[in-house]
Ligand binder design. Structure first.
Ligand code: AMP
Length: 219
């Protein structure tokens, strides 16, 4: 299936998309991951995106549109994919439509992960990323070893610059403002599948599987 995972920062989009893609053997296309990699490698695109991302704002559409069009044109996306973090705005959604329809394709569903704001703040400000292997921890729900060491590889864990509380609030506000219209667009097309995403990753994955199976059965 060709899916978009929609949800505010901290809703577990990345975790759920990764799990689903591993199980389904489909590529997980995360614009946030691709951009962070470009920043880490110091490419031209990374240099353009770095300060914007650190402020918690959105990178210009032309940059992310280009990333996604290129990624979806690769052969591994032919049998389906999950887009995570894209589209975030109506113009991006329209660009995605054009990218897909140029190859006579369309999205199957837009999965909306639903979590309330207090839970999002707690999840994001407590999140810690391993510098070595990228494993994600949480200071309360999945604490790193010895305070700041990765439980998988022992490297130092750090807080993403955009996971500090004031940046998180900016990101949530940006998300609200920019994606309200996006959600309405997909709602008006009957493409939204709502998934209650409170609770731990396992129960959310179960709920997601249930909702997707039901939708598949109805197609
Ligand atoms: P994420 O990992 O999805 O939370 O993305 C991290 C950051 O990357 C965002 O706060 C934006 O600065 C940037 N970003 C990722 N995807 C997009 C997108 N579709 N449009 C604009 N900016 C994006």
């Amino acid at each position: 299936m060709r899916l978009v995972f929609l949800g505010p920062p901290g809703a577990g989009k990345g975790t759920q998309a990764k799990r689903y893609c591993e199980a389904a053997g489909r590529p997980h296309v995360s614009t946030g991951d691709i951009l962070r990699e470009a920043v880490a490698q110091g490419t031209d695109m990374g240099k353009q995106a770095k300060a914007i991302m650190e402020r918690g704002e959105l990178v210009p559409d032309n940059i992310v549109d280009r990333i996604v069009a290129e990624r979806l044109s690769r052969p591994d996306c032919e049998g389906g994919f999950v887009l995570d973090g894209y589209p975030r705005t109506v113009p991006q959604a329209i660009h995605l439509d054009a990218t897909l329809s140029a190859r006579a394709l369309a999205l199957d569903h837009v999965v909306s992960l639903e979590v309330d704001e207090d839970e999002l703040l707690e999840r994001l400000t407590g999140r810690r990323l391993c510098n070595g292997c990228g494993r994600i921890h949480h200071i309360k729900f999945d604490p790193p070893a010895a305070g700041d060491r990765c439980t998988a590889c022992g490297a130092k864990v750090v807080q993403r610059a955009d996971d500090h509380e004031e940046k998180v609030r900016v990101r949530l506000r940006e998300y609200e403002q920019k994606t309200a219209d996006l959600k309405s667009l997909y709602e008006s097309r009957g493409q939204i599948l709502r998934v209650k995403a409170t609770g731990g990753p396992d129960s959310v994955a179960t709920e997601l599987g249930r909702v997707l199976r039901k939708a598949k059965g109805m197609r």
